[in-house]
Design a protein around this ligand. Structure first.
Ligand SMILES: Nc1ncnc2c1ncn2[C@@H]1O[C@H](COP(=O)(O)OP(=O)(O)OP(=O)(O)O)[C@@H](O)[C@H]1O
Ligand SMILES: [Mg+2]
Length: 372
C-alpha cells in the first residue's frame, strides 16, 4: 500500500493549463475520488500518477519516492480504464494471467493469484470463456481482475463504469467498494458523476478548470461546500441559489429576494452584521425544502407549482418562488398538482451563504480552497 502526494503539480499542453498547481495528499488505503466536469483535469492527474503523462512542474510522490522520472512499469500501480480492452482471442483466465506472464511471475504463483481474483470478483465459472461470451459487466469485472492480480500499491481507475447500463453501474459500483474494503489498497478513482463520488469515496477532490476546489469526506462537501461551484456540483438535484439583499427588519437583519424574506441564519449573523444593501447568494438544497408553515427557527416562502415529477416515494417539484425557478423534493403523499399555491418551509440551519464576487461560502475555511 502507498500514499500518493501531489506537491504544486502543474501540467501544461502548450497553452492549455490542464492541471494548475495541484496540492493533494492521498492517504494510504484511501479511496480517493477525483470528480469534476468534463475537461477539468481528472484524467490528466491520474495519468501523471501512472507515469503516462510528463509533469510540467512540481513533485509527485508514491510513498516516499519521488516518481517524476520513474517509468510507468516501475511505479507499482495498476490502471483500469473506461474501455476495458481485453484480449479478444484469449480466455478470461489468460486475460487475467497475461500481465503476470510478461513479468515472468512463476506459474504456480500466477494460478494462485488468478484463482484469488476470480474468487473476489465471482469470475470462477467464466474462466474458460472468451470476452465476446461475456456481458458488459462481466467484462468490466475481468478488467478489474487484471488489475487485482498485479497486487499493486495503488489502483488507478478512470471512469471504469461509464460503459455499463444504469443497473449494472450501481451493481459494479458496490463491487468496487467491496473490493476496496477487502483489499484496503489505495484507490484513485476518476469520475464526472457526483453520485459515484459521494457513494464510493472515502474522500473526494472536486476539480474545476484545472484547479482543485475542495477536498473532504462526502459529508463535509455536502454540509460545508467551500464555494458555490462545489455547492452546485455536489448533491442531486442541484442546490437552489437565490440572489438576496441584506435588509434591516424589526427583528434584526434579513435576507430579501423579491417577496421572500429570510432571517439571517444564526451562524452567519456575526459575519453579515447589519450591512444593509449588501448582496449575497443564498443556497438551499431541494431536499431541505418542505411544504408547511414556518416555526420560529425557519423561514417560509409562497410558491406556485409548475411541474410535478412523481418518483414513487417522493415528488420533485419545479416551483416559481421569489421570481425564479426553485426545485424541491417532498413526500409523494403531498400529491401536489401543477398550479397549486404552496407555503414552503426553509430551515434556517440548512441555508448556506455565498459571496457573489468570490463565490466563497461565508465562514468556509479558506485553507480548503485552492483558489477563489
Ligand atoms: N494530449 C493533450 N493535448 C492537449 N490538450 C489536452 C491533452 N489531453 C488533455 N488536454 C486538455 O487538458 C484539459 C484536461 O483534460 P482531461 O482529459 O484531464 O479532462 P477530464 O477532467 O478527464 O475530462 P473528461 O471528464 O471529459 O474525461 C482539457 O482542456 C483537455 O482538452
Ligand atoms: Mg477524463
Amino acid at each position: 500500500m502507498a500514499t500518493v502526494t501531489f506537491e504544486h503539480v502543474t501540467k501544461k499542453y502548450g497553452d492549455v493549463l490542464a492541471v494548475n498547481d495541484l496540492n493533494l495528499e492521498i492517504r494510504d488505503g484511501e479511496f480517493m475520488v477525483l470528480v469534476g466536469p468534463s475537461g477539468c483535469g481528472k484524467t490528466t492527474s491520474l495519468r501523471m500518477i501512472a507515469g503516462l503523462e510528463e509533469i510540467s512542474d512540481g513533485t509527485l510522490r508514491i510513498g516516499d519516492r519521488v516518481v517524476n522520472d520513474v517509468a510507468p512499469k516501475d511505479r507499482d500501480i495498476a490502471m483500469v480504464f473506461q474501455s476495458y480492452a481485453l484480449y479478444p482471442h484469449m480466455t478470461v483466465r489468460d486475460n487475467l494471467a497475461f500481465g503476470l506472464k510478461l513479468r515472468k511471475v512463476p506459474k504456480a504463483d500466477i494460478e494462485k493469484r488468478v484463482q484469488e481474483a476470480a474468487g473476489i470478483l465471482d469470475l470462477g465459472r467464466l474462466l474458460a470463456r472468451k470476452p465476446k461470451e461475456l456481458s458488459g459487466g462481466q467484462r468490466q469485472r475481468v478488467a478489474l481482475g487484471r488489475a487485482i492480480v498485479r497486487e499493486p500499491a495503488v489502483f488507478l481507475m478512470d471512469e471504469p463504469l461509464s460503459n455499463l447500463d444504469a443497473k449494472l453501474r450501481v451493481q459494479t459500483r458496490a463491487e468496487i467498494a467491496r473490493l476496496h474494503q477487502r483489499l484496503k489498497t489505495t484507490i484513485v478513482y476518476v469520475t464526472h458523476d457526483q453520485v459515484e463520488a459521494m457513494t464510493m469515496g472515502t474522500r473526494i477532490a472536486v476539480m474545476s478548470e484545472g484547479l482543485l476546489q475542495q477536498v473532504g469526506t462526502p459529508q463535509e462537501l455536502y454540509d460545508m461546500p467551500v464555494n458555490r461551484f462545489v455547492a452546485g456540483f455536489i448533491g442531486s438535484p442541484a442546490m437552489n441559489f437565490l440572489d438576496v439583499t441584506v435588509t434591516s427588519g424589526p427583528d434584526g437583519p434579513t435576507l430579501v429576494a423579491n417577496d421572500v424574506t429570510i432571517p439571517v441564519p444564526p451562524r452567519f449573523r456575526q459575519m453579515v452584521g447589519d450591512a444593509a444593501g449588501r448582496h449575497y447568494i443564498a443556497g438551499i438544497r431541494p431536499e431541505h425544502l418542505d411544504i408547511g408553515q414556518a416555526t420560529s427557527d425557519d423561514a417560509s416562502m409562497t410558491a406556485t407549482a409548475d411541474v410535478v415529477e412523481y418518483l414513487g416515494n417522493e415528488e420533485l417539484l419545479h416551483l416559481t418562488a421569489a421570481g425564479q425557478d426553485i426545485v424541491a423534493i417532498v413526500d409523494a403523499e403531498n400529491r401536489v398538482t401543477p398550479g397549486d399555491k404552496l407555503s414552503m418551509v426553509i430551515p434556517l440551519d440548512k441555508v448556506q451563504l455565498f459571496d457573489p464576487e468570490s463565490g466563497l461560502q461565508l465562514g468556509a475555511q479558506r485553507t480548503a480552497v485552492a483558489a477563489a
